[in-house]
Design a protein around this ligand. Structure first.
Ligand code: PXP
Length: 246
């Protein structure tokens, strides 16, 4: 069975915030994507609120019928917001105000205390905790130590690989990391940079329960509509085959 698909609708809010008006509405996009077959909706509430606003979070919590995943930085402000709004799952990510998008995985040991505290609070509030990490054994072991239930493996370097050898090296790293995570009884998601052309080998890894994809689907939706863009991605995930390793 292919992994589930969670659509990140931040980019709909980015277009709205370019004009600071009330459309296009990520809430509507989320509903249409659910009708088209996604299994979850992801939003990133950034410290600078550059796209998703509190209003989106509050309405999406009430309207999302599948599963709401909220990405956020490991800060006291964000942890408090999560405990108020109660998403199904929180994914902690690193955040730099100047970055264009999330640049890499979380340094879990560096944020050990705040993440442990969040893990305890989220457990009390029934929120699943995921950590966005690079395919790096130390980060994965640390994720287990701080009490995460899920890791989301950063596929960014695999997606950006410029040649077959680099891609294979990154893919092997992802495979080995997922093997370790599974041994440590962590559930595995993956995402960043995935599109219909590169999603296959990642979707073909049986341990990956979910993919979080945003930019490529929303970019395609501008031309063909959300429904078709989502269906094309689901089809690509269903046709997935592993990367042939040399
Ligand atoms: N996963 C995480 C943790 C992210 O920060 C992002 C980007 O918002 C994604 C997945 C989706 O990445 P993309 O927009 O490249 O599909």
């Amino acid at each position: 069975m292919p992994p589930k698909l969670s659509l990140n609708v931040d980019h709909v809010a980015t277009v709205r915030e370019a004009r600071k008006i009330d459309q296009p509405d990520p809430v509507l996009a989320a509903g249409m994507a659910e009708l088209a077959g996604v299994d979850g909706i992801t939003i990133h509430v950034r410290g600078d609120r550059r796209h998703i606003q509190e209003r989106d979070l509050e309405i999406l919590r009430k309207t999302v019928k599948t599963k709401l995943n909220v990405e956020m930085a490991a800060t006291q402000e964000m942890i408090r917001i999560a405990c108020d709004v109660l998403p199904d799952i929180v994914t902690l990510v690193p955040e730099r105000p100047e970055e264009i998008t999330t640049e890499g995985g979380l340094n879990v040991p560096h944020h050990r205390d705040v993440i442990r505290n969040a893990a305890g609070l989220f457990r009390e509030h029934g929120i699943e905790l995921s950590l966005f990490v690079d395919p790096d054994f130390d980060q994965i072991k640390a994720a287990r130590d701080v009490g995460a239930q899920v890791i989301e493996i950063n596929t960014g370097r695999y997606c950006e690989a410029k040649n077959a050898a680099d891609r294979e090296r990154e893919y092997r790293l992802i495979l080995d990391s997922i093997r370790l995570a599974t041994k440590l009884r962590l559930e595995v998601a993956a995402g960043h940079g995935l599109n219909v052309k590169n999603v296959g080998p990642i979707a073909a890894i049986p341990e990956v329960r979910e993919l979080n994809i945003g930019h490529s689907i929303i970019a395609r939706a501008i031309f063909v509509g959300i429904e078709r863009a989502v269906r094309e991605m689901i089809e690509a995930m269903q046709k997935a085959t592993p990367l042939e390793l040399t």
